[in-house]
Design a protein around this ligand. Structure first.
Ligand SMILES: CC(C)(COP(=O)(O)OP(=O)(O)OC[C@H]1O[C@@H](n2cnc3c(N)ncnc32)[C@H](O)[C@@H]1OP(=O)(O)O)[C@@H](O)C(=O)NCCC(=O)NCCS
Length: 119
């Protein structure tokens, strides 16, 4: 059963500025190592970080108020085929499906939360 949807949009430029200002502190406050380590420092580095930030916010929006999660409890990674996937560092009885897109000016993400079937 679908229980929520979420969407968010983030400016890669703002993420770049935050990292210039706060450095590693900003990255560590928002992301887990397994989220940032696979992202190569290149042309789309800030776009991809912004997209992961947007994905986390979209996931939060898709959850009901019953779930209290910090951004770092939400893990955004990629499957071997490149598709983004959301998992949690805490025990959460939901599957959240996400989709990501990014260009120079914007990074967007959507999330659809589905209650896990009880076994
Ligand atoms: C994957 C693909 C859809 C990305 O689209 P794009 O317009 O280049 O780039 P976008 O910014 O919109 O999307 C990029 C995001 O798509 C997601 N993505 C990558 N592979 C994916 C897949 N197999 N399934 C779902 N999402 C995927 C990723 O999250 C990626 O961002 P990330 O690398 O930072 O995690 C595209 O590169 C692709 O391979 N398309 C298939 C082309 C094709 O087969 N076309 C012919 C018939 S339709």
């Amino acid at each position: 059963m679908v229980v929520g949807v979420g969407i968010d949009i983030v400016s890669p430029k703002k993420v770049e500025e935050a990292i210039e200002r706060w450095g590693q502190d900003f990255i560590e406050r928002v992301f887990n190592p397994e989220e940032v380590n696979p992202i190569q420092k290149g042309k789309v580095y800030y776009q991809r970080l912004a997209a992961r930030f947007a994905a986390k916010e979209a996931v939060v929006k898709s959850l009901s108020k019953n779930y209290s999660l910090a951004l770092k409890d939400i893990l955004i990674t990629n499957l071997p085929n490149g598709a983004p996937v959301c998992t949690f560092k805490k025990n959460v009885d939901l599957n959240v499906f996400i989709s990501i897109s990014h260009i120079e000016e914007y990074a967007v993400a959507t999330a659809i939360a589905q209650k896990k079937n009880k076994e």
